[in-house]
Design a protein around this ligand. Structure first.
Ligand code: SAJ
Length: 422
């Protein structure tokens, strides 16, 4: 079998490499010429644990080739972005274009699999009309399924292999064929259903997380009013066998959790009330964080303070700052006329206007450090080594990542989001 993977980003590239390293001939396609030439030279354009070695193995084995154009194959996997527009409606143009791009190459018996997360009915309403242009009979000569990825950045390979998968076909045979393919390396169960159910299941999973985080954020704000440490309270509540409260923070980022719930709001606005409110609650957290920072500074009589943001990535130990709450916190702080510099050890090239290259440079003038991303480097940071102009700087930990005692011993005044004690 020959496989062609469209989209070589966080999902497409690891998936392509896994198949190639399991003995399948894979051709990867991306519109980004720079990414394609980097991959061909065994260089990474994204960071993911274990990706470097696996890419090298795949290219060396000659089972993995890349270009900017699709090729003829038995199976196509589409893993392109499905972002939202500024008005929170789904932008399915990448899905439509990627589907259209493979139509000239489709032969009888081909299987087309969508991995991208999409609003329910996208396979039916966006992909099938394009695929019909191949003149192949759907379900008889051309098979189509949705096999949503469920992996978490940072642990992609572990989860690709071990997670269960939900596969939905436009016909039972489409689903069966997809299961056979993924069994090449998937050790988790592969559950079969129809395409629309699979679409809904994937969006539900991420919406569950968003709503749960919104609940945690709401609890954090409540806890602040009564000087209770929400992190400890949630830890205790989760000892209950049927309670699993997620964690608060400066907001929800990434291209999944903060995006997918809008697909349900667009689909059924009159019903998706909790879902919509949760999105808004989470989107309000950067402002809440900035206001807390400002009031901490004011209480100390510091006007026009200098703030250092520790972490630009949307979550710990990843290198991705797109849709990151940190960048929103920075905007909100700047709206309050505060001066901000930022530092992120995972983001190598300076990608944000406030970003500086070293932690020393970032903290030299700081009145207040705000930890917005729980990178391991920050957890292991020795605060004794930081020299700041302000003799008693403040630190606001929005992720419960830092050790209070260590920071207080180093002369910092320590605060957490969701902990009212000042
Ligand atoms: N976050 C919180 N509190 C929490 C957990 C996360 O504030 O308790 C924040 C993170 O800091 C981050 C955002 O939420 O800003 C999203 O991070 P995440 O780790 O929850 O999720 P993603 O976007 O990296 O990956 C999710 C995963 N979905 C679920 O866990 C249900 C992953 O399995 C999906 O494959 C992925 O979305 C996707 O591609 O859809």
């Amino acid at each position: 079998k020959k496989l062609c993977v469209i989209g070589l980003g966080y999902i497409g590239l690891p998936t392509a490499v896994m198949f190639a390293n399991s003995g399948v001939q894979v051709h990867g396609v991306d519109l980004n010429e720079k990414a394609v030439s980097m991959i061909a030279n065994k260089q990474l354009h994204i960071e993911e644990n274990g990706l470097g070695e696996r890419l090298e193995q795949a290219i060396d084995s000659k089972l993995f080739t890349v270009s900017t154009q699709p090729v003829e194959a038995d199976v196509y996997i589409i893993a392109v972005p499905s972002p939202i527009n500024p008005d929170n409606t789904a932008n399915l143009e990448f899905i439509r274009t990627a589907t259209a791009s493979i139509v000239p190459y489709l032969n009888k018996g081909a299987l087309v699999i969508l991995e991208s997360t999409v609003p329910p009915k996208t396979v039916e309403n966006v992909m099938l009309p394009e695929l019909r242009k191949s003149n192949l009979i759907l379900g008889e000569e051309l098979f189509v399924s949705h096999s949503p990825e469920r992996v978490i950045p940072g642990k992609i390979f572990e989860e690709l292999i071990n997670n269960d998968r939900i596969v939905g076909g436009i016909t039972p045979k489409s689903a069966e064929m997809t299961k056979e393919l993924y069994k090449t390396f998937v050790q988790g169960e592969i559950h079969l259903t129809d395409a629309t159910t699979a679409e809904l299941v994937k969006v539900m999973e991420n919406t569950y997380r968003d709503v749960n985080i919104a609940f945690a954020n709401e609890l954090a704000k409540i806890a602040e009013t009564i000087d209770v440490d929400i992190w400890e309270a949630i830890r205790f509540a989760n000892f209950h066998p049927r309670v699993n409260i997620h964690l608060p923070g400066p907001g929800v980022g990434g291209h999944c959790i903060a995006v997918d719930p809008w697909f349900l709001v667009e689909l059924s606005p009159e019903n998706a009330e909790v879902i919509k409110k949760s999105r808004l609650t989470n989107n309000g957290m950067p402002k809440f964080t900035a206001q807390k920072a400002q009031s901490l500074l004011e209480e100390r009589g510091i006007q026009n303070g200098n703030i250092t943001i520790l972490g630009l990535a949307f979550k710990g130990d990843v290198d991705d700052l797109r849709e990151s709450p940190s960048t929103e916190v920075i905007k909100e702080l700047q709206n309050l006329s505060l001066t901000v510099v930022s530092f992120d050890p995972h983001i190598k090239e300076l990608q944000h206007p406030t970003q500086v290259a070293t932690i020393e440079e970032a903290t030299a003038n700081a009145d207040l450090l705000i930890l917005t991303t729980d990178h391991t480097e920050f957890k292991n940071l020795n605060p004794q080594t930081l020299i700041t102009k302000n003799k008693k700087p403040l630190v606001l930990d929005t992720k419960n990542a830092l050790n209070r005692d260590k920071w207080e011993q180093a002369g910092f005044r320590f605060y957490k989001l969701g902990d009212g004690k000042n």
